[in-house]
Design a protein around this ligand. Structure first.
Ligand SMILES: C[S@@+](CC[C@H](N)C(=O)[O-])C[C@H]1O[C@@H](n2cnc3c(N)ncnc32)[C@H](O)[C@@H]1O
Length: 511
């Protein structure tokens, strides 16, 4: 990556709960789980901590260990561990000339800076940017906290990392106080023509004005040229010095500092507002991307929310990758991109983490949905005959009811809005045709009463060790709740071996 910008969730966001609500009003399980994992000391946090200890970066390990000594196992420590293990990976995928911006707030910025110092090296810290993200709250009992912090690091300060300084137009006040009009009505300001350092070869008298103590800033030739162009202003008092006229239209403006007060927050009326509570203004991302990357560079945002950085990167003709744990974000980004850049081509990858995500995948790509749902019940993807031929089988589960003989269960996956009893009947026929023992019907939509009756009618697969419903209906919702088909002794080595024989080496390996 050439540039990474990340804006991970902060604990201090009181409104964060709003994020958990999808447009359909259902809660996004993926996001709740991510939030729990990130902010509470748990096995996940311990694993993340161990990941940093084993990362091979002893500075990062020592830093995190020291922080744990101070903070103990609390929410902040969980957050820092989850962040550290990710920051290590982000540092790894950054090009030697790459830059990284970590957006946070005063809740954790001081800890995160130490973690970043350890991972990137102290010398690679460039700036701490303060962005005024909101307006003052008059009722505040403290110094009103209106700022976010953005930590900027480069991978290697000795490399040719990209830096394009950003300029802002001069303010009216600045122009009024510093500029004057010439006879043609053009605004100009005056700047010093004396050298700041001693320059013996630039010490000469100029038009009756004695040499300054350190010499002039310009050679005699340049002085002559500037004079011919009318660029030199001469004071009447010979004790004063001539000055250079600089015209407003030639000035780049004021260089932007590390205090950003000119990018307003997204207000309720803003056109770019998408309703995503943590949405950042596009101008903020355009500034970062413009300063620290060039066209065709690759920008990564691993917590991309509703895709502000992606939008800015696309607009500025950069390549980009965005990651978010929730489908909500992904679908919003798609809408945003399609609206802003009609005909844009991009790819969406990833497996659903909740029901909404599953629905999204089913609409997006039926085949991928079937593969994913089959994998949830440990089935081997099945492709009988030509690719796409409808055999009524989407996957096969291999099992050994007696520990020796390998038997099969047929899996049929339905991702549509409507399922009906005929589909269950069809599966029962396929089970018989294939001489399989069990049929597993996986459906995104809820099953109906007649479907369940039809399943019961199919009877049982009886073994000396127990009996199992011959047709089993499972909804995706149940799969997310941890339910699995009732099948004896599913054996991974059996299905891998059988998979190679039936569907070819490639599919088995992919699986
Ligand atoms: C503060 S928001 C980012 C907002 C974004 N900058 C924008 O302008 O829309 C943080 C995002 O991180 C996502 N997230 C939380 N945990 C995550 C994880 N473990 N992996 C990827 N994304 C995660 C959340 O779903 C949320 O969209």
């Amino acid at each position: 990556m050439d540039l990474i910008y990340l804006d991970p969730p902060f604990n201090s966001q009181a409104t964060y709960n709003v994020l958990f609500k999808s447009t359909a009003g259902e809660k996004s399980r993926a996001q709740i789980e991510a939030f729990e994992d990130t902010w509470h000391w748990s096995d996940e946090a311990e694993l993340a901590f161990d990941g940093v200890m084993a990362s091979g970066n002893s500075d990062a390990a020592e830093m995190l260990r020291a922080m744990r000594g101070f903070l103990k196992e609390n929410d902040m420590m969980a957050y820092l561990s989850m962040m550290a293990v990710r920051l290590l990976e982000l540092h790894r995928v950054l090009k030697p000339t790459g830059s990284m911006y970590l957006h946070c707030d005063s809740t954790a910025s001081h800890y995160l800076k130490l973690v970043m110092d350890a991972i990137f090296g102290l010398q690679n810290f460039r700036s701490e940017i303060t962005w005024k993200r909101t307006n003052v709250h008059n009722d505040s009992k403290d110094w009103s906290d209106v700022a976010d912090i953005i930590l900027y690091y480069v991978k290697d300060v000795g490399s040719a990392f990209v830096w394009n300084p950003i300029y802002l137009e001069h303010t009216k006040e600045h122009i009024a106080s510093k500029y004057q009009e010439d006879s043609n009505g053009n605004l100009f300001t005056l700047s010093d023509m004396t050298s700041p350092h001693a320059r013996p070869n630039m010490m000469y008298e100029w038009k009756g004005f004695p040499s300054p103590a350190m010499g002039w800033r310009y050679s005699k030739e340049t002085m002559t040229k500037l004079d011919a162009e009318g660029r030199i202003w001469y004071p009447e008092d010979k004790k004063k010095r001539p000055r250079l006229k600089r015209y407003l239209e030639e000035m780049k403006g004021t260089v932007v500092t590390n205090i950003w007060i000119d990018i307003p927050p997204i207000n309720s009326q803003a056109q770019e507002r998408l309703g995503y509570p943590t949405q950042k203004p596009q101008a903020l991302l355009e500034r970062i991307i413009t300063a620290s990357s060039k066209e065709a560079d690759v920008v990564l945002d691993p917590f991309c929310g509703c895709g502000t950085s992606i939008h800015a990167a696309q607009k500025l003709r950069r390549e980009w990758i965005g990651i978010d744990i929730t489908h909500l974000a992904v679908s919003l980004i798609e809408k945003r991109l399609n609206d802003a850049f009609p005909g844009i081509v991009y790819e969406v990858h990833g497996t659903p983490k909740d029901l909404e995500g599953a629905r999204d995948l089913a609409v997006r790509d039926k085949h991928e949905f079937q593969l994913w749902a089959s994998s949830r019940v440990k089935a081997v993807p099945f492709r009988g005959g030509k690719k796409g031929a409808d055999t009524g089988i989407d996957g096969l589960i291999y099992f050994k009811p007696d520990g020796r003989t390998t038997e099969r269960a047929v899996v049929s996956v339905k991702g549509g809005e409507n399922v009906n009893v005929a589909m269950v009947r069809d599966l029962a026929h396929v089970v018989d045709r294939e001489k399989a023992k069990i049929g597993v019907f996986i459906t995104l939509a809820d099953s109906t009463g007649p479907m369940r009756t039809e399943a019961v009618k199919a009877g049982y697969y009886e073994t000396p060790y127990g009996k199992y419903p011959k047709i089993q209906i499972l909804t995706i919702r149940e799969l997310f709740e941890g339910k699995q088909p009732n099948i004896p002794l599913v054996d991974p080595s059996a299905f891998k071996k059988a998979a190679k024989e039936r569907v070819g080496e490639q599919d088995a390996l992919e699986f």
